[in-house]
Design a protein around this ligand. Structure first.
Ligand SMILES: Nc1nc2c(ncn2[C@@H]2O[C@H](COP(=O)(O)OP(=O)(O)OP(=O)(O)O)[C@@H](O)[C@H]2O)c(=O)[nH]1
Length: 550
């Protein structure tokens, strides 16, 4: 089977070929419009010519045709000056622009083998294959502490390797630069050994590493050094395992995190497809829109995490479109990033002031595009998550899950699709807390949350209803099917070994399920699921009951 990287490169070549094929038509179109302008000088046509040339600057750079991009860039600058003056053109200016247009046309009509192209082969090694599991390296010269931390993390399903010696770690990270490093700052012979080695490794490697530092100190100087050594997180000892797992999950568990949803709005098909391919290769879901009139419908349907907009488009500018998006309910906090070959600082600043969050200049290195989008989406999700997520498990909180239930019931009624609501309650949880301590109880809740996220479909919605109670909205699923799925999870959960002070224990849960076929609104479906849950408890716990069993 071909790797996604090979697929990507094939696609890149196809897109570049398509770009070159369409190029003569584009340059002829520009030249024709320019000739029309000579007979009938007007600013509107000049703006269209400028936008078309501007598009060529960006797309030619994106596909690696540097020489073409330089010719187009020169022409664009000349057109820009004309646009600023808005006056009619004098003869020397006209001749100069005409020459540049000819150069553009000549380049476009050159035989294909004469085009020098710097294609994006460099992407080859820059992306981990998305199927690869992400490993964690724990580095600490206190072997016992490292092993203990590795063991704890393995309970949460992580593949962990502990290193007591820095040279062994150095070799391992070079082999697997995608591993997440949990690096102790302080070693017995050097209080800053962890930071020092990461700085050295950072200089030797091209890809950025994901390092989380662990230290007994919480002073600014150490934190600063950790950041300089590439630290993406800083944890102080004693480590709060719930906090550590949260941090790790946010970096390392793509399968439990919904893929990032990116909407790209660009009037150039080839450039649009290029950026979409780059983002899709890194596991994001991309929706591409070429025509601005399709934007509104797509925005509401697709619900993007981030919007990438070209600045110059035929129907309206990207800045205007961003302002419209900002006025739509629910989209105020969605990051908007401009992606344009516009390198004029003032235009960039204006775009950012008015409605955008970032400005990326084409051509953008694929890795930089992925990392800029990832950073923005992570931050936006984090902020949104603080409002709707439960702090311990990261699942939707009670209010959010109820809201989602209302929304999904409306959707199911409209689409005439089934929907089930499941309530899950950990059995004898008070006893878990009393016997093994509250912290162990918290870990049990987290492990159940993770299991639910891992085992359920991406379209199912999981929440913590309160205390030791969870809720799942199962879309497109009737009660018997839902019961089958949850029962599988019940079996797996009952086999999980939990740990506290070297004592192992197992926990079970009970579940009640209701179907909106019989209970068509939020209140009745939650009450029916709650009743089914109590039946499961009454019948002896560790089982799943549906309202149909009544
Ligand atoms: N560790 C921990 N415990 C919690 C949390 N929220 C609620 N609890 C505890 O969960 C326990 C729930 O106990 P009960 O409602 O009596 O139910 P149970 O012991 O699970 O018994 P059954 O549901 O009848 O099987 C209480 O002791 C709560 O204090 C939490 O966030 N963390």
């Amino acid at each position: 089977m071909k790797s996604s990287v090979t697929d990507f490169q094939e696609k890149m070549h196809q897109l570049a070929d398509a770009f070159i094929k369409e190029l003569p038509e584009k340059t002829e179109d520009i030249e024709t419009m320019w000739q029309q302008l000579q007979n009938d000088w007007n600013v509107e046509t000049l703006q269209i010519v400028h936008r078309k040339v501007h598009g060529l600057v960006g797309s030619s750079k994106t596909f690696g045709f540097e020489e073409l991009s330089q010719i187009a860039d020169k022409l664009e600058q000349a057109l820009k000056i004309l646009l600023q003056n808005k006056a009619s053109i004098d003869e020397p200016q006209s001749n100069e622009i005409h020459l540049q247009m000819q150069a553009l046309n000549q380049w476009a009509h050159k035989p294909k083998n004469e085009h020098t192209q710097i294609i994006v082969e460099k992407l080859n090694n820059s992306h981990p294959d998305s199927d690869e599991a992400c490993r964690i390296f724990v580095v600490d010269d206190d072997q016992e502490a490292a092993q203990e931390l590795a063991l704890q993390l393995s309970y949460y399903g992580y593949e962990v390797e502990a290193f007591g010696q820095l040279d062994k770690f150095r070799a391992a990270i070079k082999e697997d630069p995608n591993a997440i490093v949990l690096m102790n700052v302080e070693f017995s012979d050097d209080p800053m050994a962890g930071v020092r080695i990461m700085k050295e490794i950072k200089q030797e490697m091209t890809d950025p590493l994901q390092v989380m530092f662990i230290s007994p100190n919480d002073d600014l100087a150490t934190r600063l050094e950790a950041v300089r050594a590439g630290g993406v997180a800083y944890l102080t000892k004693p480590i709060n395992s719930a906090e550590l797992i949260d941090q790790l999950d946010s970096f390392a568990v793509p399968q439990t995190q919904e893929p990032f949803r990116v909407l790209i709005i660009d009037d150039s098909t080839t450039v649009l497809e290029y950026h979409a391919a780059v983002l899709e290769l890194s596991g994001m879901v991309v929706r591409a829109v070429e025509k601005t009139d399709a934007v509104m419908k797509t925005l509401l349907e697709f619900n993007p995490d981030l919007i990438l907009i070209d600045v110059y488009m035929p129907e309206c500018s990207g800045i205007e479109l961003a302002k419209v998006i900002r006025q739509i309910d629910g989209l105020l906090s969605v990051p908007i990033v401009y992606l344009s070959s516009e390198n004029d600082f003032n235009t960039q600043l204006e775009a950012m002031c008015l409605a955008g969050d970032d400005f990326l200049v084409k051509p953008i290195d694929p890795k930089r595009l992925v990392s800029a989008v990832t950073m923005r989406v992570r931050r936006a999700r984090l902020l949104r998550g603080l409002m709707v997520r439960d702090g311990l498990t990261g699942l939707f909180n009670h209010t959010a899950i109820k809201e989602q239930l209302g929304r999904e019931i409306v959707r199911s009624n409209r689409l005439k699709t089934p929907l089930s609501f499941a309530m899950i309650d950990v059995d004898f949880f008070k006893k878990v807390n009393d016997t093994y301590g509250h912290a162990a109880g918290d870990r049990v809740l987290k492990s159940l949350a993770r299991l639910l996220k891992q085992r359920l479909r991406g379209t199912d919605i999981v929440g913590r209803y309160g205390g030791e109670e969870f809720a799942v909205i199962m879309t497109d699923t009737n009660a018997p099917e839902a019961a089958k799925v949850i029962d599988e999870i019940r079996k797996v959960f009952s086999r999980l070994l939990h740990m506290s002070d070297n004592r192992e224990f197992k926990v079970t849960f009970s579940c009640g399920i209701a179907d909106i076929k019989h209970f068509p609104d939020v209140k009745s479906v939650s009450e029916a699921a709650d009743k089914a849950l109590h039946d499961a408890k009454r019948k002896g716990r560790n089982q799943v009951t549906t309202n149909a069993d009544d």
